[in-house]
Every structure is written in structure tokens, then in C-alpha cells.
Design a protein around this ligand. Structure first.
Ligand SMILES: [Zn+2]
Length: 309
């Protein structure tokens, strides 16, 4: 049991039709819910920390909480920086003991993205840390997904091959129609699987990463709205689409929104149903349980990663 890199996890997942879940963590209850689920399912696990999480919980707390999770569960866990925006934050996380970092240069021009990613790869690899990069732009819900918009923002397969060859990056996040948040599609959900297959064919040894891959589970949205919430029209990526993606080179599936919804739905319900209670453990406990069972469902039924530890 230790902090490990994702190298072996991805090599194994690449050969098979399952993906490793990468869950965003912000506090103790979220971490405990996720790791207890992964332990019960005997699944490989990536815990990831965003810049927002670092700001909210402070880096030292998150690092120590993840170390505690390893101690408590005996699991091997990848500690990953999500969406590092520049070299400095990636370096900081490498120096802090993260085993994986993402450098997100997707907002830059192609050549600039290559140069930035290469710089991070060189530093990280020299310290035994792996790197995820991003090419293409995740669709926003405002985006009109016609053919022109797709080719302008989605990952170009030829560029992906060139990018990986020139940077030496370990895994690549691609844009095929997913987006961050709870409002992923206005109409029918659409992912460009032909593009995914083409990318996977050109770089078959590169593990691909799907960001914005929460399914926005309707039961949690309904519960939030039932107990005073106001999140109408929330829609995620259907589970069937995630399963298809994992069969075509997607080795890492990022999940954050579903954790937020599971936690919030339980807290909302508790506070409305038990207005006299004011002990945070009384509502954070059930919220942690909700996260655990949601993550178990993902691992078992969507990522197909049970027993792949
Ligand atoms: Zn992302």
C-alpha cells in the first residue's frame, strides 16, 4: 500500500474494457466515501485535486488525508493534480509528493501547448511522476455542436498523434463532446465516438482520459430539487456512453459533479426532514454513505473496474 503512479493501472486498463475512476476530493468525508467504495470493489483508484480544492482545503490537509486513506484501507492510490494551469503548480505538486500531474495547456496554441507540456514532462519524469495533458477544448453547454464547431474544438486525431510523439506525455485528455458541470447537453447527449476510435487507432499505446464524465444521476438531481434545491435541466453523459468509451482507449474517467450531487442531495434531505438536528456528523455521515454507494455503482456498473486492483 502506497502512493503509486498510474502507469501500471493504465497499462492494464488499456488491454481491457474497463477504466480507472478518477474522483475529485475536497474534504475528509468525500475521501472516505470514495476509498471505502474502492476497497470494497477491489478497484484501482485515482484521487485528484484541483486548484480549487487546494485553495479550499489547503494542500497539506489533502495530502495527509490521502496518506491516511492509504493507511486505513491498505489500497494503492494515485494522487493526481487535476487541471494544472502552468509549470509552477505542476512542479509544486511533484515536489509535494503527488504521483501524477495534469498540465492543461488546452487554452494555448498547439505549439505552445506542446512546449509547456514537454517542460512539465521533463521535470515530472525526472522525479518519477507521470503526466496527463489535454488537447482540444471541452464543449460548453452553450456551444452549438454542429460539424464546424466540432472540428474547431474537438481533438484532432492527427494532432493528437503528433502531440504525444513530441511531448512524451503519459496520458491524454481529449475533447469528444463532454463538458464540466451539471449541464452537459441541451438536447440529446452526443459524443463523437468515430473521433475517439480514430485517435485510439493512431495512438493505441496512449491511455486516453475523459473529463466531464459525470452522468448527473437523476435520483440525486430529483432529491436536491425535492428538498428545496433549484437545479432544473441538469443532464450528464449517459452511462451507456461511458461504457462504450472505455472500450475504445478511455482508461481514466473523471467524476466530480456526481460526488457533489450525491453529497448535497443527502444533506438537503436530512436538514429538511430533521430540522431540530444540528450535529454536523448527523448529516455528513449519510452524505459520506451516499458518496460511497454512488462510487461503488460507478466502479461496478459503469467503469467495469471491480476486482481489477
Ligand atoms: Zn476536467
Amino acid at each position: 500500500m502506497a502512493l503509486v503512479t498510474s502507469k501500471e493501472m493504465f497499462a492494464k486498463a488499456l488491454k481491457s474494457d474497463y477504466a480507472v475512476g478518477a474522483f475529485n476530493v475536497n474534504n475528509m468525508e468525500i475521501i472516505q466515501g470514495i476509498v471505502d467504495a474502492a476497497k470494497e470493489e477491489q478497484a484501482p483508484l485515482i484521487l485528484q485535486v484541483s486548484a480549487g480544492a487546494r485553495k479550499y482545503a489547503k494542500p497539506a490537509y489533502l495530502l495527509k488525508l490521502v496518506e491516511a486513506a492509504i493507511l486505513d484501507t491498505g489500497l494503492d492510490i494515485v494522487l493526481h493534480l487535476d487541471h494544472g494551469e502552468d509549470f509552477d503548480i505542476c512542479k509544486k505538486c511533484v515536489d509535494d509528493g503527488f504521483t501524477s500531474v495534469m498540465i492543461d495547456g488546452s487554452k494555448h496554441e498547439f505549439k505552445e501547448n506542446i512546449a509547456l507540456t514537454k517542460e512539465v514532462v521533463e521535470y515530472a519524469h525526472a522525479h518519477g511522476v507521470v503526466v496527463e495533458a489535454e488537447l482540444g477544448k471541452l464543449a460548453g453547454v452553450e456551444d452549438n455542436i454542429n460539424v464546424d464547431a466540432r472540428s474547431a474544438t474537438f481533438t484532432d486525431p492527427q494532432e493528437a498523434a503528433e502531440f504525444v510523439a513530441k511531448t512524451g506525455v503519459d496520458s491524454l485528455a481529449i475533447a469528444i463532446g463532454t463538458s464540466h458541470g451539471a449541464y452537459k447537453f441541451k438536447g440529446e447527449p452526443y459524443l463523437d465516438f468515430e473521433r475517439l476510435k480514430e485517435i485510439h487507432k493512431l495512438i493505441p499505446d496512449t491511455p486516453l482520459v475523459l473529463h466531464g464524465a459525470s452522468t448527473v444521476l437523476p435520483e440525486f438531481v430529483a432529491r436536491c430539487n425535492e428538498y428545496g434545491g433549484n437545479i432544473p435541466g441538469a443532464q450528464g453523459v449517459p452511462e451507456e456512453m461511458i461504457r462504450t468509451a472505455t472500450a475504445h482507449g478511455i482508461c481514466k474517467v473523471n467524476i466530480d459533479t456526481d460526488l457533489r450531487l450525491a453529497m448535497t442531495a443527502e444533506i438537503r434531505r436530512f436538514l429538511i426532514e430533521k430540522p431540530a438536528e444540528f450535529d454536523p456528523r448527523k448529516y455528513l455521515g449519510p452524505a459520506r454513505d451516499a458518496i460511497k454507494s454512488m462510487v461503488q455503482h460507478k466502479i461496478k456498473n459503469v467503469l467495469n473496474a471491480s476486482g481489477q486492483r
